[in-house]
Write a protein that binds this ligand. Structure first.
Ligand code: DQA
Length: 137
């Protein structure tokens, strides 16, 4: 099984960025842990700070991979274009957030992506990604 872990804007700063909210582990280090935890799954990783690059990646893998685990960062709360891309592909997408966005500012409570995703996992720290991967197995 082939899955893509897709991270949006500012998630390249994990480990350094607001550690009280997002922890102090870099995503690269965590991704190594994920690959060890799921040796039977072919896991790919892509991160971009650019909306169009995320959409291009969804188009690229969205007719051949079995699943996408997607943390769109702040684009979650703003992007009709990303929601349309998810709607337009065949591969199911699970929306992930590290923090519990519903405990945070009101503008983070709205997700344009949830209605077009297979499911949503949020609030479990980096473990949210692991739970999302498990949902495909
Ligand atoms: C986030 C939550 C978003 O509101 C925020 O903009 C992020 C990270 C999370 O993983 O908790 O960049 O998606």
């Amino acid at each position: 099984m082939k899955l893509l872990v897709l991270n949006g804007p500012n998630l390249n700063l994990l480990g350094k960025r607001e550690p009280t909210v997002y922890g102090n582990v870099s995503f690269e280090a965590y991704f190594e842990e994920l690959k060890n935890k799921f040796p039977e799954i072919e896991l790919d990783y892509f991160q971009s700070n650019h909306e169009g690059a995320l959409i291009d990646k969804l188009h690229e893998v969205g007719f051949s991979y079995e699943g996408i685990v997607f943390n769109a960062g702040a684009y979650t709360h703003t992007s009709v274009a990303i929601a349309d891309a998810i709607k337009g592909i065949e591969t199911p997408v699970v929306e992930v957030h590290i923090s519990n966005v519903h405990q945070r500012e009101e503008f983070r409570h709205k997700s344009f992506l949830s209605p077009v995703c297979k499911g949503v996992i949020l609030g479990f720290g980096l473990k949210s990604y692991e739970l999302a991967i498990e949902s495909f197995s």
